[in-house]
Each structure stands twice: as structure tokens, then as C-alpha cells.
Design a binder for this molecule. Structure first.
Ligand SMILES: Cc1ncc(COP(=O)(O)O)c(C=O)c1O
Length: 425
């Protein structure tokens, strides 16, 4: 199948992973302009957690669109912004009680970088191998998921130090607790040899790696990072842009680790597809940000706010976070069965409806080619999936949180046939 591309009037910088000329979406489905139906288990990269065009969210946007499309945040007081903050506060621990809003994930990461530098007066930030934090220069400087994101853009922002993550191969002869110890020792070593605690404003991590391979680290790793931050008075930022709003079977992934961040970065699932992002911190920390020193024209857009407030109500009232856990466990179990039958599937992992299925080639190399074949074979049968990981060797499942067991059964049938075809069996 040769893939379409956009016309010469559109930049080639966007790769195109499918040929779908999309017309509309409804729940877990997308329809092309000829009426062909697809199961969308990408959720637009973890965005449409309530499914495509959830009627309640659409209605809230429609109503708002007749009242106000843009109400610039520094020119006008708009009580909707307070309403949005209080809806988000309800699903967070008490300490995370003050918010700043922006449009995209990368912008929110930029805000976190700027806040920690301003608030602490310290310049440096430690990030972790395999992390993905966005494409703007600051966020990209913290991104080490794949070199394609960084190549040609260097030198990036200075003051960034990369610490190891227990997933990656240099520790592959160690067991999981040994790997954690090794990584935490390295982190301390970086503080001792490259960026002292007096110069280190913050550490940033995705508690569950997204683009980097859908990796759930051992609890002790995330807890260990929190302890080191506390020991040296360094702020801890969790980038929950992909893992937030029920994606992992909890409202936020940090709940799995029993560790709280000083700053939480949010986006994607917050507004069911409308652009909205933000950072959440304790008011004392947020108040260290000098008024007027950061901001932007658009955010938070009134349509996005209306969508977000309704999205949070839908998550709560339709018990979608519980559904994410329940259906996620079901999917994980079924994928384990597939793994047991197919030696090319070497790992199945995840939390809630954020599940990765790692593949390996016959010769033991990373499963880049098989994963791409499986993805394309699924696509030709009407199931849209994505890959991730440093070698694109992981098939990732990101279904809407509204997905039912019968939808999972249907897509697993497609997946297993696609897998067998890709392996030539
Ligand atoms: C964990 C994480 N951080 C940051 C980003 C960047 O967000 P955006 O693409 O909205 O700039 C993403 C996007 O995939 C992400 O998954």
C-alpha cells in the first residue's frame, strides 16, 4: 500500500501514517469520505479519551460558540477560567491547587521550564532517557525518545542533563531492582559531577513513558526520584500530557506510584480534542512566578474550556476512568495470551488503556519491520494503531476510554490475523 501525501502546498515535515481522508468521527470510529469505517485505537495520540465527538462535549462547544470565541485572558476576567480550575482541582490532591493554561503540550512544558527557573533562580533541569516532552526548542531539549526529533536542530537549550531510565538496554543483564538502583545511583552521580543541587531547578519525567515505548517503570524508580528531589530541594515535574485524564486507569498516572509531583503538566485528554494544556502546582510555588513574565494570546480558549469542563463531567458520570482500568486489564490479559503463542511478541505491558506490545525480529533485532507490517495489516482491515519506542518496535494501544469488551474482541481478532500475516504464518 503506497501512502498518500499532502499536496506541494503543504509542508512535507508531517509524515502521513495512513491514507484515510477523514470525514467524521463517532465514538471509537472514524469514517472516510467514501463512508469506510475504521476503529480508531490511536485516539488521535491519546486525545479523544471520551471518544470522537462525544455528544455532551459537542453540545457544550456548540453552546459556547454562540457566546464567545475568544476572550483574551489578560484583558478580560472570564469566570469560566475559574470554573475550569475548580473542575480540575476536584480530581487532584489538595496540594496541586493553582493552574496556568496554554494550548499545546509543548507549550505547557515550556511553562514548567520557565516556572521552575523563575521560582528557584536555578538554571538546570534533569530529564530521563526515552522521555518525550514536545517539539518546541525548550521541550525538545528534554526529549530523548528518538534522535529524529533532535537531528538538525542542535544545539538545543543548555542546562539540560539526561539521566538513565531502567527500561533501556545498557542494564539488560540486571534484574529490575538492580536496574533501578543503578539508575538512581547514576542520578546522584550526575548531581555530584555535572549539575549540583544548587544549580538544579527541577527534574522532569513521564511517570509512564509514552513515545519512548509505553514503559511502566518499577514503583521504586519513581519513588526514588521523588526522594532524591526532596533530599536536595529540587522540584519534581511529572509530564502527564499523555497519561492524564483517566488514560492509565486512574485520573493521573502518579497515583499508581503513590508519589506526587510539585508540578503536573496536562494536555491531550483534558478537552476531548480541542487545544488546551496547562501546568498545576501548589499556590505558594505558582505565586513565585512574576506577574506578566509569561503568557500568550489565545489560551485558554473559551471553546476549549467548555469542552474540558464537560469532558471532566463525562469522565466522572460515565465512570470512564474505571472503564479504562477494567477494559485495560481485559486487553492486557488477551494480549498476554497472544504473546504466549507468538515468540515475536516479547513484552506486553501498560496500565489502563495505555498498552504497549513490543515485537522482535526473527534474528533477535528490535521488531521495527514486523511492527510496521502489523500496523499496516491492521490498517487495511480497518483498525488504526500506532507504533512507538526508540526503534518503533512497540505497537501501542490507546483506545478511547469508552471502549467496550466487544470492541476489544473485534480488534484483537484483526490484530492476531495481522500479526500472523506479518510473520508469514
Ligand atoms: C508526554 C508528552 N509530553 C509532551 C507532548 C507534546 O505535546 P504537543 O504535541 O501537544 O506539543 C506529548 C505529545 O505527544 C506527550 O505525549
Amino acid at each position: 500500500m503506497s501512502l498518500k501525501s499532502y499536496s506541494d502546498s503543504v509542508s512535507k515535515v508531517w509524515p502521513l501514517f495512513t491514507n484515510i481522508d477523514v470525514d467524521y468521527g463517532e465514538g471509537i470510529f472514524l469514517y472516510d469520505r467514501k463512508g469506510k469505517k475504521y476503529i480508531d485505537f490511536t485516539s488521535g495520540i491519546g486525545v479523544t479519551n471520551t471518544g470522537h465527538c462525544h455528544p455532551r462535549v459537542v453540545n457544550a462547544i456548540k453552546k459556547q460558540s454562540e457566546k464567545l470565541l475568544h476572550g483574551q485572558t489578560t484583558i478580560l476576567y472570564n469566570s469560566m477560567i475559574d470554573e475550569l480550575a475548580s473542575s480540575i482541582k476536584k480530581i487532584l490532591p489538595d496540594e496541586l491547587n493553582c493552574m496556568f493554561f496554554s494550548n499545546s503540550g509543548s507549550e505547557a512544558v515550556e511553562s514548567a521550564i520557565k516556572l521552575v527557573r523563575h521560582a528557584t533562580g536555578k538554571p538546570n533541569i534533569i530529564c530521563f532517557q526515552g522521555g518525550y516532552h514536545g517539539r518546541s526548542i525548550g521541550a525538545l531539549s528534554l526529549t530523548t525518545a528518538k534522535s529524529v526529533y533532535r537531528s538538525g536542530y542542535q544545539p538545543l537549550m543548555s542546562g539540560v542533563f539526561v539521566s538513565p531510565h531502567p527500561y533501556f538496554k545498557q542494564h539488560s543483564n540486571e534484574n529490575s531492582e538492580q536496574r533501578v538502583k543503578h539508575c538512581l545511583d547514576e542520578l546522584e552521580h550526575i548531581l555530584n559531577t555535572q549539575t549540583s543541587p544548587e544549580e538544579t531547578a527541577a527534574m522532569i519525567i513521564e511517570p509512564i513513558l509514552g513515545e519512548g515505548g509505553y514503559v511502566v517503570p518499577p514503583k521504586s524508580f519513581i519513588q526514588g526520584i521523588r526522594n532524591i528531589c526532596d533530599k536536595y530541594n529540587i522540584l519534581l515535574i511529572f509530564d502527564e500530557i499523555q497519561t492524564g485524564f483517566g488514560r492509565t486507569g486512574k485520573y493521573f498516572a502518579f497515583e499508581h506510584f503513590k508519589v506526587k509531583p510539585d508540578i503536573l503538566v496536562i494536555a491531550k485528554g483534558i478537552a476531548s480534542g480541542l487545544p488546551l494544556s496547562g501546568i498545576v502546582a501548589n499556590k505558594k510555588l505558582m505565586d513565585k512566578w512574576v506577574t506578566g513574565s509569561h503568557g500568550g494570546t489565545y489560551a485558554p480558549n473559551p471553546l476549549s474550556i467548555a469542552a474540558a469542563v464537560e469532558t471532566i463531567k463525562v469522565l466522572e458520570e460515565e465512570k470512564l476512568v474505571h472503564n479504562s482500568e477494567d477494559i485495560g486489564n481485559y486487553l492486557l490479559d488477551k494480549l498476554q495470551n497472544i504473546k504466549n503463542k507468538h515468540p515475536n511478541v516479547i513484552d506486553v505491558r501498560g496500565k489502563g488503556l495505555m498498552i504497549g506490545c513490543e515485537l522482535i525480529e526473527e534474528d533477535g533485532q528490535s521488531g521495527t519491520y514486523i511492527a510496521e507490517k502489523v500496523r499496516k495489516n491492521c490498517l487495511s482491515k480497518g483498525l488504526i494503531l500506532l507504533t512507538c519506542g526508540p526503534y518503533n518496535q512497540v505497537i501501542r494501544w490507546i483506545p478511547p476510554l469508552t471502549t467496550k469488551k466487544s470492541d476489544i474482541d473485534r480488534s484483537l481478532k484483526i490484530f492476531e490475523i495481522a500479526l500472523k500475516q506479518s510473520l508469514g504464518r
